[in-house]
Design a protein around this ligand. Structure first.
Ligand SMILES: [Zn+2]
Length: 232
């Protein structure tokens, strides 16, 4: 019976191969979502190792950050772009969870002691989340939180205005527009807390800036930032 099951699994893999979400090569039976080669060979930034890293620098003067990091460098037409594309548009929330686990591994390996009371994922507008079926940043947050023992809070920061039509605007107008797109619910939960804001990719930092602004207004003590990728 076991042999038949194995044979059936092999046949399925032959007909509908599970592919690595980064390089597109068929996965071995022991591999899950990413091949072993990519897991080790992706462009890790190691930003968590130094406080004045490019993500922190990009946010200087804009957001008060206790810690800031992104795990991968993002380049166009790269494996990291393919991972994020599959996470957002191919119905693979489990890929977000895995990325969160990898993020946790980076933090644990480098022995950085971040003070975090809970994680807040950057929210999607409810309409967008309904269409996608999940919020990819929440999936990343859950993978990260499970390993680190940090609870994930999904009901405090909400996106109230859909901002999908702003990609062509400049940084300032985008920020002005974005600032009013986020709101805090259950604000008393946030008072005096060390919050870790989690996003999938950091480009201009405008989204993080807008989220940070409403979180600080709600009385948080400190803010740290972690993302899967950084575009600069
Ligand atoms: Zn691969």
């Amino acid at each position: 019976m076991q042999q038949i099951k194995t044979l059936a699994a092999d046949l399925l893999q032959l007909l509908f191969p599970n592919l690595c979400n980064a390089c597109g090569q068929p996965l071995l039976k022991t591999e899950h979502l990413l091949c072993l080669f990519c897991r080790f060979d992706l462009p890790y930034t190691d930003f968590q190792l130094y406080a004045d890293n490019p993500v922190a620098k990009q946010l200087w003067g804009r957001i008060r950050c206790a810690n800031a990091m992104a795990m991968f460098y993002f380049r166009k037409a790269s494996r990291v772009q393919r991972i994020l594309h599959n996470l957002k548009y191919k119905g693979k929330p489990e890929l977000g969870t895995l990325l969160g686990v990898l993020l946790a591994e980076r933090l644990l390996k480098s022995n950085v002691g971040w003070a975090v009371d809970f994680i807040v994922p950057v929210p999607l507008h409810p309409k967008r989340e309904r269409v996608r079926g999940y919020n990819q940043s929440q999936c990343i947050a859950e993978g990260l939180g499970t390993v680190m023992g940090w609870p994930v809070c999904t009901n405090v920061l909400v996106k109230t205005v859909s901002t999908s039509s702003q990609t062509r605007k400049g940084r300032f107008s985008r920020y002005e527009n974005l600032k009013s797109a986020f709101a805090v619910h259950n604000g008393s939960m946030l008072q005096g807390k060390n919050v870790l804001l989690v996003d999938d990719v950091i480009t201009t930092g405008s989204t993080l800036e807008a989220c940070a602004s409403v979180l600080y207004d709600a009385g948080i003590k400190s803010l740290s930032i972690a993302a899967v990728a950084f575009t600069k």
